[in-house]
Design a protein around this ligand. Structure first.
Ligand code: FES
Ligand SMILES: [Fe+2]
Length: 440
């Protein structure tokens, strides 16, 4: 790996030992997305998901807080919940009937008399709690790491960008219509790196899909002067500044109209610059394994299932305040573009699985990969936080993503990892109150 010069080692996409290390060093130590608050509105609501390959339950508690614990019984390890989501009072293990409450505490056992007094301490034999849980404007994250950065520090200056998705209208966001799962024979990083910065593939890979969706019109042109890559500790957003790119690609004129209507409020809320970035041709990823398309409204997570397989979970993200017919239009648009049967999704999956299998060749794997596009176009920008490069056709965010990957793989201590770049925003709280970031 030589990220300063833009070269990548192909073995990171298939090597079994590197993959095991990723599970320990990346997935067991990062803040990972586990739920959107809107998925768990009431006490007793739960969903099951994975942190890396570890199965977990995310559950709303009677006091309104959210707990995350392993979905694995401390007796013999069976799953205690096989449902994707629901509402319950107890998780009861199929094997010997141990029962846990929604906080993960052991509450009862089948034929309890078979245990003598000192055989078991119920307090200590609940479902293993995940160390820390936090949320940022509706997105719930959890980490197995006891120490290391807070969630606010982890997201850092990327919160300035995230607010365009999560806070562009009063009331925040919600995920609607359930979750779609699909499995691809590809390394999980190909999905993330594509969304973190690969605008370059879009006009080529998705040319026919774009024309079929939009009366024969090609992909919107890229303005290399007024488009950017911005990267913060592996999170990244690539974007234009004209406000109508992704919103056009969604293929739903009513949705475009809706955003045009709320854009003046968005400008008041988030500043002129962000109101123009939102809806442009753009894509983004949150390190390590979440991506979304602001304006197309797909929100997704790439769950690793071995070095050469991932499960893709996708949702539709909308503003709560939107009228139902707009939410409906967005849902249909997402299904036609980035659902598993969507025109764009199918193009991408084939490329990623071919990259994964071909990179594995015993000779091929020793040839480095080229990630140098735009390597000398870094700029300082008064308004845009993060490491910023000019020109949307660029590998800058991909280099930033793999740099964070390398920082985590190489550092035994989370506290020893460098900030790339040093944060501009300080403290916890509303990124709208931070001075100096509004002016165009
Ligand atoms: S494995 Fe769960 S009760 Fe035995
Ligand atoms: Fe794509």
């Amino acid at each position: 790996m030589d990220l300063k010069e833009g070269w990548l080692d192909r073995r990171i996409f298939s090597d079994a030992e590197i993959y095991e290390e990723e599970l320990y060093r990346i997935f067991a130590r990062s803040w990972l997305f586990v739920a959107h608050e809107s998925q768990l509105p009431k006490a007793g609501d739960f969903l099951t998901t994975h942190m890396g390959e570890d199965a977990v339950i995310v559950a709303r508690q009677p006091d309104g807080s959210i707990k995350v614990f392993l979905n694995s019984c401390p007796h013999r390890g069976n799953k205690v919940c096989f449902a994707d989501a629901g509402n319950t009072r107890r998780f009861v293990c199929n094997y010997h009937g141990w029962a846990f409450d929604t906080g993960g505490e052991l509450k009862g056992m089948h034929e309890e008399y078979c245990y003598d007094d000192n055989d078991i301490d119920r307090q200590k034999n609940g479902l293993k709690q995940v160390s820390r849980v936090g949320s940022y404007k509706g997105l719930v994250f959890a980490t197995f790491a006891d120490d290391g950065p807070s969630l606010d520090a982890w997201l850092g200056d990327f919160r300035w960008y995230l607010d365009m998705l999560l806070d562009n209208e009063d009331g925040g966001t919600e995920l609607i219509g359930g979750c779609i799962k699909s499995v691809m024979n590809a390394n999980w990083k190909f999905g993330v790196e594509n969304f973190v910065g690969d605008a370059y593939h879009a006009g080529w890979t998705h040319d026919s899909g774009c024309r079929s969706m939009n009366n024969g019109e090609p992909f919107p042109p890229i303005d290399m002067e007024n488009s950017y890559h911005a990267s913060v500790n592996g999170h990244g957003w690539e974007f234009g500044t004209e406000g109508v790119g992704d919103l056009f690609l969604l293929g739903r004129p009513k949705v475009l109209e809706y955003y045009e209507k709320i854009r003046p409020q968005m400008a008041q809320r988030l500043g002129e610059m962000r109101s123009k970035i939102f809806g442009s041709v753009a894509s983004a990823s949150i390190f390590p394994n979440v991506s979304f398309l602001p304006g197309i409204s797909t929100f997704r997570q790439w769950q690793p299932k071995g070095p050469m397989e991932f499960e893709l979970k996708t949702w539709v993200i909308v503003n709560k305040a939107m009228p139902d017919d707009i939410k409906d239009e967005i849902t249909k648009g997402v299904m036609q573009t980035f659902g598993p049967g969507g025109t764009f999704e199918m193009d991408d999956g084939e490329n990623w699985s071919n990259c994964t299998t071909v990179n594995r060749g015993v000779v091929t794997r020793h040839e480095r990969l080229h990630y140098r596009c735009g390597i000398s176009r870094q700029i300082e920008h008064d308004t845009l936080p993060g490491i910023v490069y000019r020109g949307q056709y660029n590998d800058a965010n991909q280099r930033g993503f793999y740099q964070r990957w390398l920082d985590m793989m190489e550092n035994d201590k989370l506290g020893a990892m460098p900030n790339r770049p040093e944060p501009r925003l300080t403290g916890v709280g509303d990124t709208r109150d931070l001075p100096g970031l509004f002016a165009l």
